[in-house]
Design a protein around this ligand. Structure first.
Ligand SMILES: [Zn+2]
Length: 158
């Protein structure tokens, strides 16, 4: 029989307060999420592709993307999903942990793909092609971390 691993706990009391810049492109995305509950992408002036996450250079055209922005729709269609029903080891804290939400590949209504959590946890109701809408954190002080200001995508009937 395998021996159970032993773990040690290291308590660190030193506060780790710091500020760091996200840069103007990513900073705009974070600010729009926090202030307006919107996800925004910037657009390549040459191929017109939307960049999400925004970038300063289009990877395809190798040109500077500039400052043309477009709001991403908060609705989309689930193209694929993964539902992990057993816990894994949390690499940061060494505890067993299971995310309660399935992870969905969502095609937003403007053609941008996004991988994010789905609220629906009933395997009988999870379907490719289901329509979903973003549910944002309501508390202003809890927002400010970009796309994770969205709690999950909720199934909608249309
Ligand atoms: Zn381009």
């Amino acid at each position: 029989m395998a021996k159970e691993p032993e773990y040690i706990t290291v308590n660190i009391d030193t506060p780790r307060k710091y500020d760091w810049s996200t840069g103007k492109y990513l900073g705009k995305t974070y600010a729009e999420a926090k202030e307006n509950k919107k996800l925004v992408a910037n657009k390549c002036p040459k191929c017109k592709k939307l960049m999400f996450w925004p970038t300063i250079v289009c990877a395809k055209c190798k040109v500077e993307t500039g400052w043309e922005w477009e709001e991403l729709p908060d609705t989309g269609t689930v193209m694929q999903y993964t539902y992990l029903v057993f816990p894994l080891w949390d690499p940061h804290y060494g505890e067993r942990w299971a995310n309660p939400y399935p992870s969905g590949m969502i095609l937003l209504d403007n053609g941008v793909y996004q991988r994010y959590w789905l609220e629906e946890t009933d395997p009988e109701k999870l379907k490719e092609g289901m329509r979903v809408q973003a549910v944002w954190k309501e508390d202003y002080d809890e927002r400010g971390i970009g796309m994770q200001d969205i709690l999950y995508y909720r199934t909608i009937e249309e």
